[in-house]
Design a protein around this ligand. Structure first.
Ligand code: MN
Length: 238
């Protein structure tokens, strides 16, 4: 069985021959990372939260992609001035996607916004602007495919097993981060400024959530290993 890997789409309004049109998009980096790992990519458009069980029936694993900020109301906070690019339809769909995937014990790889969605979906909260809290800038768009800051990984974590190392350099294209982890979750990687760079759920070896973008680090085999692990877990479950 070749596992089918759902990739959550990012809706974007793009100029087309129809004029400005909402497209449900996924970058070629996610699609290619899934294919290289031996999976069949299937982009999941943002739909009604009620559609989530039927959509997840069609896939064996799930990748949660990057994008804008989660609406702070979802974790009981007032928006800071720096919070932006909120898409409430996407939030509602992505939050439902995470809850159902975790309920099913489906293999999940969450990246950047995806990690923030996981934390909020299961009861955690976010730092709304990292530079305002730690003074460190975590947005390095011009070096999107290379390591720009070190992370230290908890040796006993699933993440360390997947990466095969506990110290590495990662890319960084975020300005928010996990604040209070969701109940039953623990931080398993940190940047030098203390920013949480990965979380895991106790007792769930099938969910890895990282604050960076492994799909963009195509020249770094340990990063592509996160996709290989996801596909292997999906194949074993099928
Ligand atoms: Mn970072």
């Amino acid at each position: 069985m070749t596992p089918r890997v759902g990739i959550s789409a990012q809706p974007r309004t793009v100029e087309t021959v129809l004029g400005p049109t909402l497209l449900h998009t996924a970058s070629r980096f996610y699609v290619d990372s899934v294919r290289r790992a031996g999976g069949i990519p299937l982009v999941l458009p943002v739909s009604a939260p009620d559609d989530v069980p039927a959509l997840l029936d069609a896939v064996d694993a799930l990748v949660l992609t990057g994008g804008g900020d989660v609406a702070p109301a979802a974790y009981g906070a007032e928006p800071w001035p720096e919070t932006g690019f909120v898409d409430e339809a996407r939030d509602a769909f992505d939050l439902a996607l995470v809850r159902e995937a975790v309920r099913r014990g489906m293999p999940v790889l969450a990246t950047c916004r995806g990690m923030q969605v996981v934390n909020v979906a299961l009861g955690g909260s976010l730092v709304q602007h990292v530079p305002a809290v730690t003074g460190a800038e975590h947005r390095h768009y011009d070096r999107y495919d290379e390591g720009v800051h070190p992370v230290r990984v908890e040796p006993s974590s699933e993440l360390a097993a997947a990466l095969g190392r506990c110290e590495l350099e990662v890319n960084s294209l975020h300005h928010q981060a996990v604040d209070v982890p969701a109940p039953g979750f623990r931080p398993v990687a940190w940047a030098d400024d203390g920013t949480v760079e990965a979380i895991e759920q106790e007792g769930n070896g099938r969910l890895v959530a990282v604050q960076w973008h492994p799909e963009l680090m195509e020249r770094h085999p340990e990063q592509q290993g996160l996709f290989r692990r996801l596909v292997l877990q999906a194949a074993a479950a099928g």
